[in-house]
Design a binder for this molecule. Structure first.
Ligand code: ATP
Length: 354
């Protein structure tokens, strides 16, 4: 087990794409760390550079205090699960899981025992004699995970580990994987497109954009206090409202409405300054009656979220979205008012959190 440290890590692909731009990151020993960001932001490149499958153009990768920047993948003592699993088609599940142990010359009996134990943890016990061609995509993915988890390594690297599971299995696998990682205590970095997955599983996470890390924090820090408008817009199943505004004395003018300065920005704003006002749709209280400090407008769209509705208000040409509990949703065309929570709203200045 070991901490992973990246120092000024840069990767420029032939042809000039800068996939990683001088990244600094420390992942402490035993942490479950998620890399999240839009397609093409450099997540897979970062994982592959830690594994040694890509050569860094600049900077250093340090694992367990050892600079491994120039070390071949086999010498880094990390185990990686790939998006395409890379299972051996001619071997059964037991042999696939036990393969890395065979390479390490672990005796056959011990190998089979270990494969059975890890296979059982991943719900594969009834499939141990099958070959990959006889398994579903999700089962193959679990075999690939089991193979990595049967290996003693200083760190595990997972690229989209749950991407081929259906929605229900995916939820189960999240809980399972988090529990397993905690029991094993092995430093784990996983890449995901799925923010719900990152929020649910990670101890901490990094949100990347175009080769840069835009925020590092616990899931609740990143959700509650996005460090900039990029992260604010990216995180959240319904995107945060990000509204242009201006400071007017000790209140704000946002979308033509007079709203209160959020608690977190109290005393930090200057009269007349331009700001962006951020509030998640979950943190606006919707009402049919006017209220001081509320956004008032006409209901433009009502979307069903299942247990709640997402209401889009047209506030003088600006859209403001609020989550409204099931049963109290308005109709399109109604007058509506949405009162933001002062303890949850945020202010951004030049794109950065105040
Ligand atoms: P996704 O979520 O779509 O898998 P990602 O965040 O993992 O994306 P990367 O695959 O790391 O992103 O790619 C980062 C950037 O580097 C992209 O612009 C991509 O086009 C480019 N890139 C990736 N691999 C290569 C390569 N072998 N040669 C040239 N450019 C590459």
């Amino acid at each position: 087990m070991a901490a992973i440290e990246l120092r000024g890590l840069t990767k420029v692909y032939p042809g000039g794409v800068k996939a990683l731009d001088a990244l600094d990151l420390v992942i402490p020993d035993g942490e479950f760390f998620a890399l999240l960001g839009p397609s093409g932001c450099g997540k897979t490149t970062l994982l592959r550079t830690i594994a040694g499958l890509e050569t860094a153009t600049g900077g250093a990768v340090v694992i367990g205090g050892r600079d491994v920047t120039g070390v071949q993948p086999g010498g880094r003592d990390v185990a990686m699960v790939f998006q395409d699993y890379a299972l051996f088609p001619h071997m059964d599940v037991t042999d696939n899981i036990a393969y890395p142990l065979r390479i390490k010359k672990v005796p056959k009996g011990t190998r089979r025992e270990k494969a059975a134990e890890v296979g059982a943890r991943l719900g594969l016990e009834h499939l141990m004699d099958r070959r990959p061609g006889q398994l579903s995509g999700g089962q193959q993915q679990r075999v690939a995970l089991a193979r990595v988890m049967a290996t003693q390594a200083q760190a595990y690297l997972f690229d989209e580990p749950l991407s081929n599971l259906d929605a229900r299995l995916r939820l189960e696998a999240r809980t399972f994987l988090k529990k397993l990682q905690r029991e094993l205590g092995v430093t784990t970095v996983f890449v995901t497109h799925d923010q719900a997955e990152a929020l649910a599983m990670a101890d901490r996470m990094a949100v990347m954009e175009a080769g840069h890390i835009r925020q590092i924090g616990t899931p609740s820090e990143v959700f509650q206090r996005p460090a900039n408008t990029f992260v604010a817009a990216f995180i959240g199943s319904t995107p945060m409202n990000l509204l242009d505004g201006i400071v007017r004395g000790d209140t704000l003018e946002v979308a033509g409405c007079k709203v209160a300065v959020p608690d977190s920005a109290a005393g930090l704003l200057s009269d007349g300054e331009q700001i962006v006002y951020g509030v998640r749709p979950e943190y606006l209280a919707y009402s049919a009656e006017p209220a001081d400090g509320a956004f008032g407008g006409k209901v433009a769209i009502v979307e069903n979220l299942g247990a709640a509705h997402l209401v889009t208000l047209d506030v003088g040409g600006v859209s403001v979205q609020a989550v409204v509990p099931e049963g109290s949703e308005p109709a399109v065309g109604d007058d509506g008012f949405a009162l933001p929570r002062r303890d949850r709203a945020l202010i951004y200045r030049n794109g950065e959190l105040v």
